[in-house]
Design a binder for this molecule. Sequence first.
Ligand SMILES: CC(C)(COP(=O)(O)OP(=O)(O)OC[C@H]1O[C@@H](n2cnc3c(N)ncnc32)[C@H](O)[C@@H]1OP(=O)(O)O)[C@@H](O)C(=O)NCCC(=O)NCCS
Length: 156
Amino acid sequence: MKKKKLYPQTKIKKIGVEYLNQCTKLDENSLNGIWTKEQWYKELTSSKRISIGAILDSDLIGLTSAWLTADEINITFVGVLPFYQKQGVGTLMVLSLLEFSRKIGIYIATLEVKEKNIAGKLFYESLDFHQIGLRKKLYKDGSNAVIYRYVDNYEH
Ligand SMILES: CC(C)(COP(=O)(O)OP(=O)(O)OC[C@H]1O[C@@H](n2cnc3c(N)ncnc32)[C@H](O)[C@@H]1OP(=O)(O)O)[C@@H](O)C(=O)NCCC(=O)NCCS
């Protein structure tokens, strides 16, 4: 897997409910608000979910979140504020999520992305995620979802 440049001074860490307002705002500013504040509260407090943030001077500039099942993680959100995109922040967050996952013995990650989200698809492919299927008209706007899967090389 490709190594990325580190955005200076950015901390990548597991975050909790203390970032609730910033998560809701970042969601609005990167993905037009896919979840409400109540949904983010659940995301940040459930033991079956994990959220990792990119923090720069106490500001949340990137966020990824996943649901944990017995044998895989389902990545439900990856967003970086527009000003900080294309600087390796998204890569660092997803790598951190995959590392967390490996540590708890989960070696498979899946996710869905809009078929027309070219940047999103190229991003996941740069991280060795592979397309495994298509779900037609999954999203409210009628667009299709491409399903991606990542298998950790260390699986045994
Ligand atoms: C997709 C997203 C999370 C990527 O985060 P990022 O921090 O900008 O990505 P990185 O800088 O780590 O990019 C890693 C690689 O992904 C690919 N990539 C990322 N953004 C890209 C873009 N706009 N166009 C083409 N390729 C892109 C490139 O291969 C890049 O490697 P390179 O910099 O060596 O060319 C970010 O653009 C974003 O928040 N977009 C809006 C929300 C979204 O679409 N999320 C994903 C679907 S849920």
